[in-house]
Design a protein around this ligand. Sequence first.
Ligand code: PMP
Length: 295
Amino acid sequence: MYYSENSVVFLNGNFVKAADAKVGLYNQTMHYGNGVFEGIRSYDTPDGTRIFKAKEHFDRLHYSAEKMHIKLKYSSEELEQITYQLLEMNDLKDAYIRPLVYLGDNMSLTPTDEVHLVIMVWEWGKYLGDKMLKVMLSSFQRPNPKSCFVQAKVVGHYTNSILATTEAKQNGFDEALLTDMNGYVAEGPGANFFFEKDGKLVTAPLGNILSGITRATVFEIAKELQIEVEERFFKPEEIETADAAFFCGTAAEVIGIEQFNDYKFPMNWEESNSSFIQRKYKRRVAFNEYQNVYL
Ligand code: PMP
């Protein structure tokens, strides 16, 4: 699914076949989850293959590495350039890009100087699909920001996400929505959350959530469309008074939610401001917003 015998990855300075790449069994990332990564997308645009917000993603990779005491020796510009090369070598235009910084052998709970970088690319449909989602309030909470750096994309943090998504699916839902340590709504396992009420959008403030690059893009688009966005804490109960809601993230893009627990959002999705944002996001990433291509 992710690679074939011809797929090439960038591994520690070299372009190698994915099937030939090796990783040491004693690496700290595998044992303790200390590694950092990114999730990025490129799009086939009228101006060629474009990585959407490459700088923001690679800068966040640096931020995550720094927080975990990991020394990353490539600049954001170098990483972007390597990724373009890698996309070309794999003959990919619309692609998902996964840089992963993992560590060398170390069974102690201390940082290690042996730092590895792998970048993988593959074709990947929208992470949560194209259909409106049924979302469940998770019994799990997002990690307390005093227990880790929640704004860093750290490998180990995703065990929390896996537990939440698994619970939601076992209960017949598509995805989970998690609260923070105070019981306020935080985010999904791999996406930020917004709801819409009377045309206005509401989302959790930074502090207990990942600072999503798609979330920031939603803010930009909303401003252009003169749609108000409020960043504030809210309890799950408030969602059950909302008109519409969506998740957003690089892998999922912008995807509407039809149901939260037993509550069905009353608004026709196509008529919501959320849906305007979804359409504009799609046009923005595909770079054809200014070329009168209507999607
Ligand atoms: N929250 C979490 C927990 C995530 O893993 C992601 C995906 N990176 C997001 C939000 C959305 O972030 P972005 O828009 O930068 O992909």
